[in-house]
Design a protein around this ligand. Structure first.
Ligand SMILES: [Zn+2]
Ligand SMILES: [Zn+2]
Length: 350
């Protein structure tokens, strides 16, 4: 196996408020890996957390980490015998499951304990992400898409995959009344995916008027301030109004409210990652037989997300607030971290 090294520029997190655009050579195996020239990346909550706090949830930054798990690019070189060809545009699935453990063999690769998820400090050594000029990935990680599709749309494949997985966790949504608490990018993509999956009514909540406006643009029928009790009181009457609640904020009050607003035999899907421990009215869940399920990343929904974006079935562009050159990664992270100004911020790579 030969190893080749090329010059590369990368957006690297070194510590709290210390992200730098640096030269960092890339070593890869041309016989086994696909070399992709990255064209665009989307900044996600975890990238912002690594920048602001040097940690994201339970993943703590111990060594420098190339940020980014939402990115697309163009195939520069593929190994002999690969189905990919140079010049092909591809969305990159950042998941690298071990494909050997019992969970992987059961098709639950998102839960693999040996998962090497790109741009994550979940395990040590960390797995570098895609915010760099070039990445080396496996052929299975590359999902080609049509020429007509726009890059600023296709880079939403990863967060949309998260949303589609959450919708799947809820089961059949046809004709259902759906609540989504939290109207950030993931919440809004869940609204669009739930609508696409046949939900009859989609209601969003968020404290921010700007986020509520985005929810309406992303196909919510109504967007409500959760502190507006004149409206929300009715959702708790008769045991609860919604068949399915997706909790995408991670806020303790929102999490607890799903127990009240979800009707008996309904389902709560938890996506928001906030405090590790929150209070949940268990008695209410018990007497209503409400099912609470977690939703973590995605499996084959990544391919579905690419197809839904490519075909225009879901238009994520209302969520795109701004784009920056890769050298302006700090400005981009600052803006993405300011929820009053931005939903999704993208980086453009040269
Ligand atoms: Zn993400
Ligand atoms: Zn595995």
């Amino acid at each position: 196996m030969s190893i080749q090294t090329i010059e590369n520029r990368a957006c690297v997190a070194f510590g709290i408020k210390d992200v730098r655009h640096v030269t960092q050579p890339l070593a890869y195996s041309p016989e086994e890996q696909v070399l992709v020239k990255v064209s665009r990346g989307g900044i996600c909550g975890s990238d912002i957390h690594y920048y602001q706090h040097a940690r994201a949830g339970m993943s703590i930054l111990k060594n420098p980490l190339v940020l980014g798990h939402e990115f697309i690019g163009v195939v520069e070189a593929a190994p002999a015998g690969s189905h990919l060809t140079a010049g092909q545009r591809v969305a990159i699935n950042p998941s690298q499951p071990c494909n050997r453990c019992p969970l992987c063999l059961e098709g639950k690769q998102n839960l693999c304990r040996g998962m090497k998820f790109m741009g994550s400090a979940q395990f040590n050594p960390h797995v570098d992400g895609g915010f760099r000029q070039y990445v080396a990935v496996t052929e299975q990680q590359c999902v080609p898409y049509a020429e007509h599709a726009k890059d600023n749309v296709m880079v939403f494949a990863e967060p949309l995959a998260v949303a589609i997985h959450a919708v799947r966790q809820a089961g059949d949504l046809v004709g259902k009344k759906v609540l989504v608490t939290g109207s950030g990018p993931i919440g809004c993509l869940v609204m669009a995916a739930a609508r696409s999956a046949g939900a009859a009514e989609v209601v969003a909540t968020d404290m921010s008027p700007r986020c509520r406006e985005l929810a309406l643009q992303m196909s919510a029928d109504r967007a409500v301030d959760p502190t507006d009790e004149a409206v929300t009181a009715a959702w708790g009457e008769d045991g609860g109004y919604f068949d399915v609640s997706f909790e995408a904020s991670g806020a303790p009050a929102a999490i607890a409210s799903t127990a009240t607003f979800t009707r008996p035999k309904g389902t709560v899907v938890q996506l928001g990652m906030g405090h590790a421990t929150v209070e949940m009215p268990l008695g209410l869940l018990l007497v209503k037989e409400v099912k609470v399920v977690g939703s973590f990343r995605f499996v084959d929904e990544f391919n579905t997300a690419v197809r839904w974006l490519e075909s225009g079935r879901i238009d994520p562009l209302p969520l795109l607030s701004a784009e920056f050159e890769q050298t302006q990664v700090v400005e981009a992270l600052e803006m993405a971290g300011d929820k009053r100004r931005a939903a999704k911020v993208q980086l453009v790579f040269a």
